[in-house]
Write a protein that binds this ligand. Structure first.
Ligand code: GTP
Ligand code: SPV
Ligand code: MN
Length: 585
């Protein structure tokens, strides 16, 4: 027990409800990690991997019914429905406490309750906030240890303050019928029951650092966004920072860890990772927008991660990593997944725990299988990634998966137009959430599943921030995912995305002209360097083209999308009208 009376009282109340056999308070020490790891190994919650090849690495398999975020079971619980808005699932606050209270009652009988104090953000930064997560899962504890700064350090920061986010998690029965992820932004509280998977249970991540934090950000005048943060260092040694919001499994981790094409490496370009999933942004004293990564680890998508696509991610998870729902190579007890870039093992244990061979028709790793790895192990981690002041952002980039319609890159006319572009973003759905994959859906600022309040108010907050930032970042949109008539990606993507980032930064620095089109500023094709990219100028022209017919359809779809918002800001309506006029004449 620590000596913060607010924490102690709350833990006591939660223990009275959940009735654990014992309560363990975590301090974040190495000894504690070893003890809990041993215990998890003894119950089979963790499986030890090959400690020569993968030192400090362990494997965990979640239940088959519990492998992704569950948006339909995720709720914002406020007094009034309009505060949750038209996009979020809503439950009335006291009804939610009552409903989940029943499920939590006695849910930890026969189990240990772990109390995890943690900080989101670097210790002692103005950006940072403390959370306490109560959980009955060692897997959650060991993941939170990687993803956050946890233990005594957090209690030292909290002191005797009542100011912490109260997170309660129990695996319950791991039954989708009794699974709820509920957020109480009015009470700084999160209750999650019935799941053992990532975003549903690592409460510091999406639940706190996005849903609750977005609410706090609006109240306190800052922003919590589903964004990576990276630095591009030019040959003179100058580094400029970019943050980018793409929906889940649309390339944030990959872009954050980008390796420049050979030519650019030789010229002296470097890309540094600050964060791969979440950014907290504040206006700095110098009038620019500054960002920190509130997390201290990566919970990255495994399939598709190879030495070719993302060597930095693969190298980051060579040690001290927890792998969830990938496949285990039976021959040497290492991990494998589709798209790892090495031949499939002759025999493996698949994510369901069954024997798998290359002849199997099922996937060996779940498409949303993940690695949890310490950010500090990333070969390209920025020297400023834990800077309490954050890093100054030159450009904000929105993007998603669009097989057609959206060009490779374009720039908004100004902040307000940029907010409009973000508010109408669309992407094809992925395996990161349960439900159909590959369906186009509008996902404003990649925050549709993560905004903790009324999305109309959220757009308004973006507009207000724009007015308050004396020197705001420029706003862009990218699409790495246009396909040809055979359904193949046209743009090489990955490292070659640097070519687009350099155009973006050249625009920020006023070093390059652009073509003004109906949707925004598009590059002159000659201004994106293609040497060594494997594609020619004509292909690039195709990627930058804006097809009038598809944009006419797009505009009609945007109109339907915007019609859902009862609190749609006037500025967004006007931006829509202006776009419609520019497209349809
Ligand atoms: P979350 O952790 O769910 O928020 O996902 P994320 O946005 O970090 O996505 P991630 O970088 O893990 O990428 C997900 C998938 O997109 C992987 O299968 C990648 O191989 C693929 N991908 C990433 N970047 C590119 C790209 O530039 N081009 C193409 N074609 N695929 C990409
Ligand atoms: C996402 O789905 O956007 C993730 C993974 O980053 S999770 O933590 O499950 O939300
Ligand atoms: Mn994410």
């Amino acid at each position: 027990m620590y000596n913060n009376k607010y924490v102690n009282e709350w833990v006591e109340q939660m223990a009275a409800m959940t009735q654990p056999d014992e309560i363990v308070w975590l301090d974040g020490s190495q000894e504690e990690k070893e003890r809990l790891t041993k215990q998890a190994l003894s119950t089979g919650e963790l499986i030890e991997l090959n400690q020569t090849e993968l030192p400090g690495c362990y494997y965990h398999k979640t239940a088959e019914n519990d492998v992704a975020r569950v948006e339909h079971l995720t709720f914002i619980c406020t007094e009034k429905k309009e505060d949750a808005g038209p996009i979020n699932n809503w439950m009335e606050k006291s009804a939610a406490y009552a409903k989940l209270g029943t499920l939590f009652t006695g849910s930890m009988k026969g189990r240990t309750m772990y109390v995890i104090p943690y900080i989101m953000g670097p210790a002692n930064s103005e950006f940072s906030k403390v959370g306490i997560e109560i959980t009955d899962s060692i897997y959650v504890v060991l993941n939170m240890r990687i993803m956050t700064r946890m233990g005594k350090i957090a209690m030292d920061m909290l002191g005797d303050s009542p100011n912490f986010i109260k997170g309660l998690h129990s695996k319950g029965e791991i039954n989708p019928e009794k699974r709820y992820i509920c957020h109480f932004p009015e009470d700084n509280a999160i209750w999650s029951i019935g799941s053992g998977y990532g975003g549903n249970v690592l409460l510091g991540k999406k639940c706190f650092a996005l849903r609750i934090a977005s609410w706090l950000g609006r109240k306190e005048g800052w922003m919590a966004e589903h964004m990576l943060i990276l630095g591009v260092q030019d040959p003179t040694g100058n580094t400029q920072y970019v943050s980018a919001a793409f929906p889940s499994a649309c390339g944030k981790t990959n872009l954050a860890m980008l390796i420049p094409p050979k030519k650019y490496q030789e010229m002296g370009y470097k890309v540094w990772t600050v964060g791969d999933d979440i950014a907290w942004l504040r206006i700095g004293e110098d009038g620019r927008l500054w960002a920190v990564n509130p997390e201290s680890g990566f919970f990255g998508v495994a399939p598709g991660t190879s030495m070719k696509s993302n060597p930095n991610a693969l190298l980051t998870c060579k040690k001290n990593t927890i792998f969830t729902n990938v496949a285990i190579n039976t021959a040497d007890n290492t991990v494998w997944w589709e798209g790892m870039g090495v031949p499939a093992p002759a025999e493996a244990i698949d994510w369901r725990g069954n024997k798998w061979t290359p002849d199997s028709t099922e996937k060996a790793a779940h498409p949303n299988s993940r690695f949890t790895a310490p950010a500090g192990q990333c070969p390209c981690i920025s020297e400023n990634w834990e800077d309490p002041a954050g890093v100054p952002i030159s450009a904000i980039v929105f993007g998603g998966r669009r097989a057609k319609v959206a060009p490779l890159v374009y720039q908004s006319f100004d902040w307000e137009h940029g907010v409009f572009i973000g508010s109408t973003m669309a992407s094809e759905t992925t395996a990161a959430a349960t439900g159909a994959v590959g369906v186009v859906r509008r996902d404003p600022m990649a925050m549709r599943p993560f905004c903790g309040y009324n999305m109309g108010d959220y757009f308004q907050h973006w507009l207000e921030m724009g007015k308050k930032i004396p020197n705001p970042p420029k706003i862009f949109n990218v699409n790495w995912f246009r396909t040809d008539e055979n359904g193949k990606f046209i743009w090489p993507g990955f490292g070659d995305n640097l070519r687009v980032l350099l155009w973006i930064l050249a625009r920020c620095n006023g070093q390059v002209d652009a073509v003004e089109t109906a949707i925004g500023y598009v590059p002159n094709p000659e201004d994106i360097d293609l040497e060594g990219s494997g594609i020619d100028l004509d292909t690039l022209k195709g990627l930058l083209s804006i097809d009038k017919d598809s944009w006419t359809t797009e505009v009609a779809d945007i109109e339907k999308h915007l019609a859902q918002f009862d609190r749609l800001p006037e500025e967004i309506k006007n931006q829509y009208e202006a776009l419609k006029k520019r497209i349809n004449g």
